[in-house]
Write a protein that binds this ligand. Structure first.
Ligand SMILES: [Mn+2]
Length: 364
């Protein structure tokens, strides 16, 4: 039996920092489109169940239009079972709250419950609140001779600002084969005990520069294939617009054209659907600052979104400034270099001071 494990779709996303109105609309609609594409993928590939592991919606009261379309997608695929828990973003929200629950849509509320999927596969889960119900771990009553999947939207072995979290030592011995997790947007996995593993699928599509993927990679979901108590899992890349962060360290001996050449080399591996943040680090001489605007100009229109961040610092010629007569800069440098500080500290303070006196942004 094939099962899709996905999480954190964040339909109707509110925050999309930095994007212009058109890009915002495209990116926002893509999250909903991803869900339809996912259902289509399930249909085409003979998938029996889709596990939606929380934060399917970005808000607890999504738009009527999105909810209606979501419901239609579920209702028009009766051969696929949709398992649903809510997360911290869409807490207590169920798309079918006002309707009769369709047979192929299963909601797990605060308390653990489970459903037999047939072929010896059981899916259980809970939409846990911040503080776990006291009997939560004990209520997981999976049977030994089944393949048991548990769905949760939680930090694992940790507490965060939303949840107190679930701990693997308390899940041990409870016949869990696969813990399908949502909440953390990165792909991660680990062991529960000799029998089971936990897995974060990561979000289906990134929603900020916190969800970056390496060049050549994508966000996506896991496809599980369970057969006779054994299973295979395969990651399926699925995102459309990907966040990429690129760090480039420059040295004082390179000029703008050499920097640009390096940037272009990196850019050639990126695509028009990428959201790109280029962060420049390192040092440049005073008369050779990083040309942020020219870099942007050069790459204009090549990506879905581009941000260039200059985190470089200026390498000052202290000797030149010290020789100045009656200048604030030379007086300041005299103070610093005649102090008892270490050479490293002197250089650091002198650089910060001169940057401040020149009205530059100071990075401490
Ligand atoms: Mn979450």
């Amino acid at each position: 039996m094939k099962i899709i494990h996905c999480a954190d779709i964040h339909i109707d996303i509110k925050e999309l920092k930095g994007l212009g109105a058109d890009e915002r609309k495209l990116k926002r609609n893509q999250l909903l489109q991803n869900f339809f594409d996912l259902v289509q993928y399930a249909e085409t590939n003979g998938v029996g169940a889709i596990l939606l592991c929380g934060d399917t919606f970005d808000v607890p009261s999504p738009s009527k239009n999105s909810v209606n379309l979501f419901k239609k997608a579920v209702l028009s695929h009766p051969s696929i079972k949709f398992f649903y828990i809510w997360g911290n973003h869409d807490a207590n929200f169920c798309p079918f709250a006002d309707d009769e629950m369709p047979k192929n849509f299963i909601l797990f509320k605060e308390n653990f419950s489970k459903v037999d999927l047939g072929e010896n596969v059981v899916v259980g889960g809970a939409s846990l609140p911040r503080y776990l119900p006291s009997n939560f771990y004990y209520s997981i009553d999976f049977q030994k001779d089944r393949f048991n999947i548990l769905m949760l939207h939680q930090p694992i072995n940790a507490t965060d600002e939303y949840f107190n979290g679930v701990y693997t030592n308390n899940l041990q011995g409870r016949n869990i084969d696969y813990l399908a997790l949502g909440h953390i947007h990165l792909r991660q996995d680990g062991k529960i005990d000799n029998r089971g593993i936990w897995q974060y699928s990561g979000c289906l599509e990134g929603k900020s520069f916190n969800d970056t993927v390496k060049i050549g990679e994508k966000k996506g979901f896991y496809l599980l294939d369970v057969e006779n108590g054994n299973f295979k899992r395969e990651f399926i890349p699925f995102s459309r617009y990907d966040y990429r962060k690129i760090e480039l360290t420059i040295t004082p001996d390179v000029n703008h054209f050499q920097v640009m050449q390096k940037v272009e080399e990196i850019a050639s591996n990126l695509s028009k659907t990428d959201l790109v943040k280029i962060i420049l680090k390192g040092k440049h001489t005073e008369d050779n600052p990083v040309q942020v605007e020219l870099i942007k100009q050069n790459l204009y229109g090549k990506f879905f979104y581009l941000e260039v961040v200059d985190e470089t610092t200026t390498l000052f010629d202290f000797v030149k400034y010290k020789e100045d007569k009656l200048s604030l800069k030379s007086e300041f440098l005299k103070e610093v270099f005649e102090s008892n500080l270490s050479d490293l500290e002197k250089e650091k303070i002198a650089t910060i001071g001169l940057s401040a006196l020149k009205g530059e942004d100071i990075l401490l």
